[in-house]
Design a protein around this ligand. Structure first.
Ligand code: PSU
Ligand code: MN
Length: 310
C-alpha cells in the first residue's frame, strides 16, 4: 500500500535527460545492466563494450538506458564519464533484489544484475532490457542450493529480457525446468533450440519459438491482458560467425567448474566467467561482446514493436 502511494519523485531515481524524454514521450527505450561491466568483463574492454552497446541500441532506433546505483541513487542512463568510472572502480557492489534497498539506503555504489536491472527498469517505466546471459541454476545445486535470483525476478517484474540464453556453465536443464515451474515464458527467437550463451545450441529444445519482434510484442501484450504478472525471457542465439561450439566449450566449462571449488555466493559467476576467459585465451570475451550487441539490436527492435502494438 505504501509503495502504491509513492510517486517516482519520492524515489532516489535519476533519469538522464535522453532517457527521461524518451520515457515521457513513449519512445522506445532499452535498459542495459551494469554487473556485466563491473563483474563480467575485464577493464578496459568492459567500458568500451558498454559504450559500443549503447551505440548499437541507438543505431537500431531506441534509446539506451544503462542502469547502476551510484552514491545510493538509481541512475538510469549513464554518461560516458560515469561508465568509465564504473568500469574501473573497485568498491562497486554486485546488487541483486536482496541488496538493492541496502545499497540505496546506505548510499553505496553498486552495479545491477539482471534481477536488479529489471526492478529499476520497471521503476523507470522501461519494459525491455538487453544483457548477455541470465543467471540460473548452478551445477551442483543439490549441494549448494545456488539458484540465481534472476530466475525468480521473472515471476515478479514485467520486463522482457533479451539474452543469449543462460550461461552454459550453469545447469541448463534445471534452469529451464525452474522457469517452467514458475510460469516464465522462454521464447527462442527464430530457433527451436535453447541457446547456450557462447554456443547457439545447448542441445535442449526451447520451450516457445517466435520469429519476429512483433510476434514477441503481441505475446507480451496478451500476457498483460490475461493479468499474468512477471517478465519474459527472449533467448537470442549468438551469431554463427561468433559462436564457440558447445563441444569445444564443454571442456573449458568443466575445468572452470572444477577450479571453482570453495567459491560460493556472489563471487561464483564472476569467477567462472574470468576462468573461462583465461582458459579460452580471450576468445570467450570476443563471443560475449558479440552476443551482447546482437541482443541489444533485437531488444531495440522489440521496444519499437511493443510501442506499435495497439
Ligand atoms: N551475463 C554475462 N555476464 C555477467 C552476467 C550475466 O554475460 O556478468 C551477470 C548478470 O548480471 C547476472 C549475474 O544477473 O551475472 C548472475 O549472477 P548470479 O549467478 O550471482 O545471480
Ligand atoms: Mn548465486
Amino acid at each position: 500500500m505504501i509503495l502504491d502511494m509513492l510517486t517516482k519523485d519520492d524515489l532516489p531515481l535519476v533519469l538522464s535527460d535522453e532517457v527521461r524524454e524518451a520515457v515521457e514521450t513513449g519512445q522506445p527505450v532499452v535498459a542495459l545492466e551494469s554487473t556485466i561491466i563491473t563483474h563480467g568483463m575485464p577493464y578496459p574492454e568492459n567500458v568500451a563494450t558498454a559504450r559500443a552497446v549503447e551505440t548499437t541500441v541507438l543505431e537500431h532506433g531506441a534509446v539506451p538506458a544503462t542502469i547502476a546505483i551510484i552514491g545510493g541513487r538509481i541512475h538510469v542512463g549513464l554518461g560516458a564519464d560515469m561508465l568509465e568510472w564504473l568500469g574501473s572502480a573497485v568498491d562497486v557492489l554486485k546488487l541483486s533484489r536482496a541488496d538493492l534497498a541496502y545499497a540505496i539506503a546506505a548510499g553505496r555504489h553498486g552495479s545491477t544484475t539482471v534481477a536488479a536491472t529489471m526492478i529499476c527498469a520497471r521503476l523507470a517505466g522501461i519494459g525491455v532490457f538487453a544483457t548477455g546471459g541470465i543467471g540460473g541454476v548452478h551445477r551442483g545445486v543439490e549441494q549448494t542450493m545456488d539458484i540465481s535470483a534472476d530466475l525468480t525476478e521473472f515471476t515478479r517484474t514485467d520486463v522482457a529480457v533479451v539474452c543469449a540464453g543462460a550461461k552454459a556453465l550453469l545447469d541448463l536443464p534445471r534452469t529451464l525446468e525452474y522457469l517452467e515451474t514458475e510460469g516464465v515464458p522462454v521464447v527462442g527467437f527464430g530457433t527451436d533450440v535453447f541457446p547456450a550463451f557462447w554456443s547457439r545450441d545447448s542441445g535442449l529444445p526451447t520451450p516457445l519459438r517466435l520469429d519476429t519482434p512483433q510476434a514477441i510484442a503481441d505475446m507480451i501484450h496478451m500476457r498483460r491482458r490475461l493479468g499474468l504478472a512477471g517478465g519474459v525471457v527472449v533467448a537470442n542465439p549468438v551469431p554463427e560467425a561468433d559462436e564457440i561450439a558447445a563441444e569445444q566449450m564443454a571442456a573449458y566449462i568443466a575445468q572452470a567448474v572444477a577450479d571453482s571449488k570453495g567459491i560460493s555466493g556472489k563471487g561464483l559467476t564472476p569467477f567462472l566467467l574470468g576462468r573461462i576467459l583465461e582458459l579460452t585465451g580471450g576468445r570467450s570475451l570476443q563471443t560475449n561482446i558479440a552476443l551482447v550487441h546482437n541482443n541489444a539490436a533485437l531488444a531495440a527492435r522489440l521496444a519499437i514493436a511493443l510501442g506499435q502494438t495497439p
